[in-house]
Write a protein that binds this ligand. Structure first.
Ligand code: PEP
Ligand code: MG
Length: 762
């Protein structure tokens, strides 16, 4: 220990130094050693931290506070964590360490260089996930004083409640745990992005690069559709350049944090990477892949023509089912609850039980939200949490739909989560298997909002299908992730969520003469989605929320109490009776059409008779819409509309889309949100399939696009059946696009092959 200095520079670090520089430090050192252009950095070693503890007398004090605490008692755990963190932050850093850090900072480059300060876990078996609490990162640090404080804060992060809990559970000796801190020049990228060094699905030596303006966070988080470049390593040539409209970028915000800002019009459609930079990046990608022996997922940034490689890690999430689950590490953990796996992914965190929407203020970033059932007004809280668990609901309930779009793991229909779990309890949620485990399980990582699209999808896999594969969107924030799947359009945009930000019912806007606000909210929200899908059709569905879903919002008190809201005042039937509510939606559509968004189509939900379609059209015409020249269609989600499809076709629908979530419940009398009958909710019920089959055939006869936007369309087995029965398009959830596209392509090929064989045999 005596031999290791307080500071190690990247160039000095070897793989074996992990105990001194932590996982992050070692990995940066390794990248630098193979010639990748890593931004300059030094590491405040674990030994420096230990010296700090000894010289300040903190080692003993910390030991006293943490000794024998009951980590299962959350209040005790939190208190101990807070006490220790305060001790570490307030202690006076020994002069020798201070001087070393100051001198290294000076040596780094110019005065007051802006750096990122990150903690780096040192025990090899400590996962790098935030379980270990060693994820603390301070960006935009400028000046010696701020740097010294950031280092000390990183040290304190070793004593977060979750970190202490994790170590106690894993049997770590608390007084031997160390932490290193990486201080690295912050690259304020003018352009940045990610690179897959080989094709993430096929493994072919084609390097895929995605780039956009500003910091790389915009690409990683999916807030922008990036340019897409493909470089073939075999021929060493660029084989694909697809430019996107990059309307936003993330840039540094003052001296702390970052902000999302619009990109000036000149750069929006301009190409981010010239040929030379693509080739150079691809070369670095190859170096990394050759060194590590497996394809890499690389983050890069460019400033004033200089390329920096910021991170390189194996593409582990590709093609492996495990990646979504917990790689078997949950095997020995205690299962607390079982429900339906409604949104894939796993995450651990602290339970926060919400019994009333008014309590959502208690929800913090990274918590596990546990509630009876989510509501549209809970969406802001749902965006913050690491996972969602509900008592009620099935695969098509509100919680399931929104979680899938947010990329947040969710388990629904556990029946007793709100009774069995305790506030503050640490659990792990497996949204793939529908399980909730006790404690934090290694391998599960908190999912972030806007989690990456499954690799197969985001890579724009060059699978071309005759059947269009579209995507469903409910919240505008998901538009960029949805577009990143390369989907052929939006087969369902639910607009209920667009007005959520204001937390008021449509009726409230009308009663309070705020019609313009309502129209504007719809206009802006729909526009975000239209902008993300230029030239591709986007079918916007008119309002369809059952009365109970609006109950908690302002104006909700005027919503009627219905015995069965599912069969009640919703969808087109409500709009036809509430002309003003309908008119305001049409006003938003009109303005969008006028602004040139011709790819906007309108879809009416819950139609049961062609007269409703005809009436809706007449009303729209009365409000000045050229109804024969815009795209108007219906959802087939009531058996009546499937049975009467020919009458709808004669009434002039331009498309029809199966809303199987409802079609199933109304055909076989199984409440889609009732966990007691969830196992009888059968999308493949012969009666459901018969209705779908006959409606598809009629649409084909009339040459009208026939699609599906219910959850059943996200099941590859159903997709196979639908293609075999002649469906024109399938609209699936963001996370399902890749597998649906694959299923569709295989089925189409099989059909062609079989037809050719039959022809040959004749
Ligand atoms: C459906 O019913 O299948 C559908 C897509 O609509 P929602 O889930 O919004 O009722
Ligand atoms: Mg429906």
């Amino acid at each position: 220990m005596k031999d290791v200095p307080n500071i190690l520079w990247l160039e000095e670090i070897r793989k074996e130094d992990i105990a001194s520089v932590g996982g992050k430090g070692a990995s940066l050192g390794e990248m630098a050693s193979i010639g990748l252009p890593v931004p300059p950095a030094f590491v405040v070693t674990a030994q420096a931290f230990r010296r700090f503890l000894i010289e300040t007398g903190l080692e003993q004090k910390i030991f006293k506070v943490s000794e024998n605490i009951d980590v299962e008692d959350n209040a005790v755990l939190e208190k101990a964590a807070d006490t220790i963190k305060a001790l570490v932050v307030k202690a006076k850093m020994p002069a020798a360490i201070k001087d070393d850090i100051r001198a290294s900072y000076k040596k780094m480059a110019q005065k007051d260089l802006i750096v990122a300060v990150r903690s780096s876990a040192t025990a090899e078996d400590l996962p790098d996930a935030s379980f270990a609490g060693q994820q603390e990162t301070y960006l935009n640090i400028k000046g010696e004083t701020a740097l010294l404080a950031a280092v000390q804060n990183c040290w304190a992060s070793l004593y977060g409640a979750r970190a202490i809990y994790y170590r106690a559970k894993q049997g770590f000796e608390e007084h031997t745990v160390n932490i290193a801190v990486v201080v690295q020049q912050l690259v304020h990228s003018e352009k940045a992005g990610v690179m897959f060094t080989s094709h993430p699905i096929s493994g072919e030596p084609t390097t895929i690069i995605e780039g956009s303006w500003g910091l790389g966070e915009a690409v990683v988080s999916g807030s922008v559709s990036p340019d897409h470049y493909v470089f073939d390593q075999r021929t060493e040539s660029i084989v694909e350049v697809t430019l996107a409209n990059k309307n936003v970028e993330i840039i540094p915000d003052g001296s702390h944090g970052t902000k999302l800002v619009p990109v000036d019009p000149v750069r929006q459609d301009a190409r981010v990477l010239p040929d030379g930079e693509i080739s150079k990046l691809a070369m670095y990608g190859k170096i990394a892949e050759n060194h590590y022996g497996v394809p890499q997922d690389v983050e890069w940034g460019i400033v004033a023509g200089t390329i920096y490689i910021l991170q390189s890690r194996p593409i582990t999430t590709i093609g492996k089912k495990e990646a979504k689950g917990m790689s078997g590490q949950g095997k020995d953990a205690k299962i607390l609850l079982k429900g339906q796996g409604a949104a894939p992914g796993t995450a651990s965190g602290k339970v926060v039980i919400i019994r009333d929407v008014k309590d959502t203020g208690a929800v913090k970033e990274g918590d596990i939200l546990v509630t009876r059932m989510t509501n549209p007004d809970m969406v802001p809280a749902m965006k913050k949490v690491a996972a969602i668990v509900t008592d009620e609901g099935g695969m098509t309930c509100h919680a399931a739909i929104v979680s899938r779009e947010l990329g947040t793991p969710a388990v629904v229909g556990t029946k007793t989560a709100t009774q069995q779990l305790r506030n503050g309890q640490i659990v792990t949620v497996d949204g793939e298997m529908g399980l909730v485990y006790e404690g934090a399980i290694t391998g599960a990582a908190p999912a972030k909002a806007g989690a990456a699209v499954p690799a197969a999808a985001s890579s724009n896999a060059p699978i071309i299908t005759a059947t269009s594969v579209k995507v469903n969107v409910s919240i505008p924030e998901a538009a960029a992730r949805a577009a990143a799947t390369g989907a052929d359009g939006v087969g369902l945009l639910r607009i209920e969520h667009l007005i959520l930000g204001l937390n008021k019912t449509p009726g409230w806007f009308i009663a309070n003469h705020k019609e313009e606000d309502f129209v504007k909210e719809l206009y802006d929200g729909i526009k975000i989605v239209l902008d993300a899908f230029p030239g591709k059709t986007v079918w916007v569905r008119t309002l369809d929320a059952p009365t109970d879903e609006f109950r908690n919002m302002q104006g909700g008190e005027s919503e009627p109490h219905e015995h069965n809201p599912m069969l009640g005042w919703r969808g087109i039937r409500r709009d036809l009776q509430s002309a003003e509510q309908f008119r305001l939606q049409v006003e938003a559509f009109k303005r969008l059409w006028k602004a040139g968004y011709e790819h906007l189509g309108v879809m009416f939900p819950m139609v049961s008779h062609p007269d409703q379609f005809i009436k809706a059209k007449e009303m729209m015409a009365g409000w000045g819409v050229d109804v024969e020249n815009v795209t108007l269609g219906i959802m087939i989600e009531i058996p009546a509309s499937a049975i009467m499809i020919e009458d709808f076709l004669q009434a002039g629908i331009k498309f029809a889309s199966f809303g199987t979530n409802d079609l199933i419940q109304y055909t076989i009398a199984i409440d889609r949100n009732n966990e007691n009958v969830a196992d009888m909710y059968n999308p493949q019920h012969p009666a459901v399939l018969a209705l779908i089959h006959s409606a598809i055939q009629k649409c084909r006869e009339y040459d009208v696009e026939c699609s599906i936007c219910g959850q059943a369309g996200s099941d590859p087995r159903m997709a196979v059946w639908l293609v075999e029965h002649g469906i024109t398009s399938i609209s699936a959830n963001i996370d399902a696009i890749a597998k649906i596209r694959e299923a569709v392509a295989k089925t189409e090929k099989r059909i062609i092959l079989e037809a050719a064989r039959t022809r040959d045999a004749e």
